[in-house]
Design a protein around this ligand. Structure first.
Ligand code: ADP
Length: 621
């Protein structure tokens, strides 16, 4: 197991490794190779020869090197050319007298200074230069192989892209639709613009917000828009960039990123795909599984806790899998705000198309609403792509303006191209989903104990649900009566009941409702004493915290009876839902039509239509 501080070591290890190799090679060269090169022209002679040559007058100049115990001398060779020779120092008291007699110049220096410099250059400077160059080449190649312009010698440095304030250039006006997300983010902009206002009253400023939504819905754009609106620098890094080869590198990157951000405060730090590092920690790391990721996450948490909120560093993170995030990330003081960025509804899609159509030349009179209608479930990125594909098609066909056919054709290309046909619903599917959702809402509203509906939508959700009816209990309560539970089951069956009533057929769309209704009914009978068994526990909860699994605690004879009662309970609920819907069939049509057109309706709109006299025409179209 690595300790959290080991990243320092890991960070330096490659560099130390290079330096050690370089030192060893230089030493080897100095000991064995360079002396040979240096001494190639310096011939070694015996001491007796040296004395003879002095006597013969051949020796011109002598230098005693005390360091190496050598005598280096210049003497004329047989051809009369001056050469460099050397010989070992011999204990010889008469040498000086002999040299004086022969009138040879002598000193305790090496004859030519140039040689010293040269040898120093050759033996130290040049090898060092060679190794620095070699190191660079190697590290660059390593960096390229690791899939980025990263330098091996700069391990642990965050390669966060720094975009200066004027460069993001994105404002909220560029992000079409997504009004709720924009509203939530405006507060952050205000805080970045006027930090004193918040500090004055003692308010703790938000440190982080999580943008949650499917890919291509404009999360990155929104983050950039916050920086653009507040005119502050924008740091952007993707979660996957923290995942490194060496343990501890990711953590070092996090540290470096925050250091840079602190220097540039106020600023926005945007971490895309935070789920890559922020996944739930499950203890598997202890066996060596995901040590690196956990260290990175720990470092991120530490940094978020550590930095001074008053400085104005706001961290925005994006994910499309919020459920997989570690709960520690979502605690107050960290990413405590969750901003949903959902797929755009009809109006949103039209607005996005309009924003992007501004950049291409279009024929006058093109109908973007029609395109918006045909692309239910498409993301902002897909819509942007549709416009671009249409422009490409126009060019291909030799036209200078985009027309309606180009747009319609590119809807096909883009949507088929992405192979996400199920994400974009056909008109008939949308109709079924509308009735299904209104079925739930209507049944809920008609039962006195049911919670009021807050929002109904037929925009496909991140979770994979095609439609969604959001219900909020009026006040939170922990105890539920038998009636409330029964009503809930009735509401759950309302979707399929509506499908059957209107289309005389049912679809697979109710699987989740069925699961929930069964679970509730089963609980009522086996655990809450609301069935025919009285206060006898037929099932026990085995795992309170992890999903609340249950285990049967009765004989198989009773098990059959339980099943019978569950079936009867749900069937009765379904009957009740059927009758509620039959009684309110005209409202069901009216509301489902409205939802089909609007794609998302609020609880107030729903109640207004429900309570309006039957003949009244609905607004909105
Ligand atoms: P995400 O980060 O959610 O995956 P992006 O912000 O990267 O999505 O969006 C990708 C592209 O899609 C953007 O560059 C933009 O062209 C387009 N886009 C997405 N949503 C919108 C929107 N609401 N308004 C305008 N354009 C959008």
């Amino acid at each position: 197991m690595f300790d959290n501080n080991d990243d320092h070591q890991a960070q330096r290890k490659p560099l130390m490794f290079y330096v050690l190799i370089a030192m060893t090679v230089i030493l080897l060269l100095n000991t064995f190779v360079f002396p040979m090169i240096m001494t190639r022209q310096v011939q070694v002679v015996g001491y007796s020869d040296f004395l003879t040559w002095i006597d013969q007058g051949k020796v011109k100049e002598v230098s005693l090197s005390q360091q190496s115990d050598q005598i280096i001398f210049v003497a004329a060779d047989d051809q009369g050319q001056e050469q460099l020779y050397k010989t070992a120092v011999f204990p010889d008291d008469g040498l000086i007298t002999r040299l004086q007699q022969a009138e040879v110049r002598f000193s305790a220096e090496i004859p030519t200074q140039n040689n010293v410099l040269l040898s120093f250059l050759i033996s130290w400077i040049i090898p060092i230069l060679i190794f620095v160059a070699l190191g660079r080449v190697l590290s660059n190649q390593l960096g390229k192989r690791m899939g980025g312009g990263m330098n091996a010698l700069s391990f642990g440095k965050a390669n966060a892209k720094i975009v200066a304030d004027k460069e993001t250039g994105v404002t909220f006006a560029d992000v079409a639709g997504e009004e709720e997300a924009k509203d939530a983010l405006k507060e952050i902009v205000d805080f970045l613009e006027h930090p004193d206002k918040y500090a004055g009253i003692g308010a703790k400023l938000p440190k982080g917000a999580l943008l949650v939504g499917p890919p291509g819905t404009g999360k990155t754009m929104l983050a950039k828009a916050v920086a653009g609106e507040a005119k502050v620098p924008f740091f952007s890094i993707s979660g996957s960039e923290f995942v490194e080869m060496f343990v501890g590198m990711g953590a070092a990157k996090v540290r470096d990123l925050f250091k840079q951000a602190n220097e540039k405060a106020p600023c926005i730090v945007f971490i895309d795909e935070i789920d890559t590092i922020g996944k739930k920690r499950d203890g598997a790391g202890a066996i060596g599984g995901n040590d690196e990721r956990e260290q990175t996450l720990n470092q991120l948490l530490t940094e978020m806790d550590g930095f001074d909120g008053k400085k104005g560093v706001v961290i925005l993170a994006a994910t499309n899998r919020p459920e997989s995030l570690d709960p520690a990330l979502l605690r107050p003081g960290r990413f405590d705000r969750r901003i949903p960025v959902e797929l755009p509804d009809l109006q949103g899609r039209e607005a996005i198309l309009r924003v992007h159509a501004r950049n291409v030349r279009c024929e006058s009179g093109i109908d973007l609403k029609e395109i918006a209608r045909a692309t239910s479930g498409a993301s902002g990125a897909e819509l942007a792509n549709i416009i671009n594909e249409a422009a490409l098609r126009a060019v291909r066909l030799g036209r200078s303006e985009v027309n309606q056919t180009d747009l319609m054709e590119s809807v096909e290309t883009v949507i088929a191209g992405y192979q996400r046909k199920n994400a974009v619903m056909s008109e008939s599917e949308k109709r079924i989903v509308s009735y299904h959702e209104i079925g739930h809402a209507l049944v809920a509203a008609m039962q006195t104990h049911s919670a009021p509906v807050t929002k109904i939508t037929i925009i496909p959700r991140t979770s994979g649900a095609l439609g969604y009816t959001m219900q909020v209990d009026e006040d939170e309560h922990y105890l539920m009566s038998r009636e409330e539970l029964t009503n809930k089951i009735v509401t759950l069956t309302g979707g399929q009941a509506a499908e059957e009533l209107i289309f005389h057929s049912i679809t697979t769309g109710a699987s989740n409702d069925i699961e929930k209704a069964t679970k509730l009914a089963r609980g009522m009978i086996t655990r809450y004493g609301m069935g025919d068994f009285g206060m006898v526990a037929m099932e026990t909860v085995t795992n309170q915290y992890l999903g609340g699994d249950t285990a049967l605690a009765c004989s198989s004879a009773y098990s059959e009876k339980i099943d019978d009662q569950v079936v009867a309970l749900v069937a009765e609920a379904r009957k009740k839902a059927d009758s509620i819907l039959r009684e309110n069939e005209s409202k069901l049509h009216e509301l489902a039509d409205y939802l089909l057109k609007q794609e998302t309706i609020t609880g107030e709109e729903f109640m207004r239509i429900l309570n309006a006299p039957p003949a009244e025409k609905t607004e909105g179209e």
